[in-house]
Design a protein around this ligand. Structure first.
Ligand SMILES: NC(=O)C1=CN([C@@H]2O[C@H](COP(=O)(O)OP(=O)(O)OC[C@H]3O[C@@H](n4cnc5c(N)ncnc54)[C@H](OP(=O)(O)O)[C@@H]3O)[C@@H](O)[C@H]2O)C=CC1
Ligand SMILES: O=C(O)C1=N[C@H](C(=O)O)C[C@H](O)C1
Length: 267
């Protein structure tokens, strides 16, 4: 069996460590490299609490180093400042990026798409790898056909850099595929404190909560005549993302285009 060669960027991070432990458990995946700005020079096994694996963590991702690893796939869980550059490095090296990092804007995604087409390399981007969150987004899209008035509350740990979350944005974008942009609330409403009504995407108000103790949680609240419907998802640990990440790696290895969203790989 030919193994899929995987390089992990953000290896010392909360997600990176979990991803490496998961890769090491899979017979068809081979960890061939790891990069991070922390724990440089340390064997990755020591960092993730796995047996020594003979791979040292290098500094920020570099083109030549990635090329020399002969990786098939680059898994990226870094940060919003690094992810765009890392994706371009991967594509230029002929390595398929599997991007879990959130915070890419529309222009950056468009540029990645163009580069993918030019280099004939695939790319996979998933704002959320957990099956429950994918279902939450699907159900929200269904509910919005009947309940056009909707607010989103996303709640995360207080180390998160980007707001609103990638999941909240994707949820809102999915809703806007089934209901037109519209004004919600009173047309003359005003904010006594700026931001009180949250971010506004097509009239959908998105509220971002950041608190220690949380992992990742989201409520999609629909209001209708005399009734309300709430769809909620909770991630209680980062293990929740791992089946999706492993599936994403396997599927990405065969890609020749940019695919966005894990739902594309689910039946
Ligand atoms: N798609 C999904 O399902 C999920 C996505 N995420 C997203 O994944 C990202 C990472 O989350 P999380 O693990 O919690 O964050 P962490 O801050 O714990 O980890 C990120 C790691 O990447 C390192 N890093 C930064 N720049 C580079 C670079 N250029 N090359 C290599 N390593 C780099 C950071 O180092 P340093 O601290 O020194 O900068 C840090 O160790 C976030 O954007 C988050 O939103 C999170 C969970 C699920
Ligand atoms: O930063 C996180 O933790 C998470 N980020 C992703 C997002 O922005 O939606 C996915 C998940 O919510 C966890």
């Amino acid at each position: 069996m030919k193994k899929i060669r995987v390089f992990v960027a953000g290896a010392s991070g909360k997600m990176g460590q979990e991803v490496i432990r998961s890769i090491l458990r899979e017979d068809d995946l081979l960890l061939v490299g790891a990069s991070d700005t922390r724990h440089q020079g340390m064997d990755v096994g020591f960092v993730v609490g796995a047996p020594r694996v003979g791979i040292d963590i290098t500094g920020p991702l570099g083109l030549e180093f990635l090329r020399s690893s002969r990786a098939d796939v680059l898994v990226d869980f870094t940060n919003p400042q690094s992810v765009f550059n890392n994706a371009k490095i991967a594509i230029m090296a002929g390595v398929v990026p599997v991007i879990g990092t959130t915070g890419l804007d529309e222009a950056e995604i468009a540029e990645i798409r163009t580069l993918v087409e030019k280099q004939n390399v695939g790319a996979f981007l998933a704002p959320n790898f957990s099956i429950g969150a994918i279902l939450m987004m699907r159900f929200a899209g269904e509910a919005a056909k009947y309940f056009p008035n909707v607010d989103i509350i996303e709640m995360h740990h207080d180390q998160k850099l980007d707001a609103p979350s990638g999941t909240a944005l994707k949820t809102a974008e999915g809703i806007l595929e089934v209901r037109q942009p519209m004004i919600q609330g009173h047309p003359n409403e005003y904010e006594k404190i700026p931001g009180a009504r949250g971010a506004d995407l097509g009239g959908i108000h998105i509220h971002s909560v950041r608190l220690p103790g949380l992992i990742a949680h989201q409520e999609v609240l629909f209001g209708g005549l005399g009734q309300a419907l709430t769809i909620r998802h909770d991630a209680f640990s980062r293990e929740t993302y791992m089946p999706g990440v492993i599936l994403g790696i396997r599927k990405a290895a065969e890609l020749t285009e940019l695919v966005i969203g894990l739902e594309n790989f689910l039946d």
